[in-house]
Design a protein. Sequence first.
Length: 341
Amino acid sequence: MVDLSSLLDEIFKGISAVRQTLLPIGIVLVIGGLLFAFFGRKIFNFLLFLIGGSLAAGAVALYFGVVGIPPAGPIAVVLLAIGAFVLGGFLFYFVFYLFIFSIGASVGTLLSLFILKGDVSSLWAVILTLILACVFGGIAMVIFQITLAISSAITGAYVTSIGLFILTGNREDAMVFGVIFAIAGALFQIFLLDAFAESFNRASGNAFDGLLSRLPFRKQAGRAHAKTKSGQLQEYREKIDQFSIEKTEEEFASALSNYKAGTMSQHGFEDLATKILDNLSRFTAACDHELKLSARGIKVGKTAAQIEVTTQRKNKAGQVTSEIQSVLSEVRRKGSASYIT
């Protein structure tokens, strides 16, 4: 049996003997180790894509290496290899995670068969089996992501500690920092990595758009785009500010009262209720648009308190919409006002 402690001692002794000549490698190890410790889960997904794409592109190259270059020439082979790389990368990524999901789904299916004692002849038994398969498939995906985060954090931290030892020559400090980076990297990947990646993508996207807008051939288009966006924001603000949920409720209540009294036909009541629902739908869409822009950090000309009011009004509009839809469905179902008390 290999003594891990002795193996580590031998590794550090070997590094100590040639430490001065390995300083550039130490820098690379520290940077690469930290990236893998804190972003290993994302890097792994990229590696899946890279492996699948490389296999597919290699297969294309091997095929034409055997059968010869097609009449279209080498450029056609290069284009086919690029297409195969992209397609193979996505397929390999998808199939890998489908395999992980299938493992969990198999466990869920076996559990269902155990609960049902192998009898899946009824519809509810089939539904239960599908539910458990999906639930355990999802659990397998989550467990795999957590396991991947922890293992990549430990691997990256170990590589970082080797790099620190090369740079400093202090084994104890390098190991302490390795443990710290392993714990911090695992926690970051499990709880913060997805939110960080989303924020980074949003910030980099805005920066890239800003860079493009500064290029000579994009300035005019950028100004036109900004003007159009400003006009759209103004239009949505006007829709939100001018719409009154209270007046909408009063209008529907009046129509319902007239319908009950027999002074409004069912057809007229349905038409008016449908029009009110359309207005509510447009108001809700305007609120959604404003809230999405605000969540992305785009200025919409309102304070945080005003944005909160927009959220409350949107929720209120949703409640009113549900109430009107319920009444309208009942009217259409019964075809008279006799149900209304």
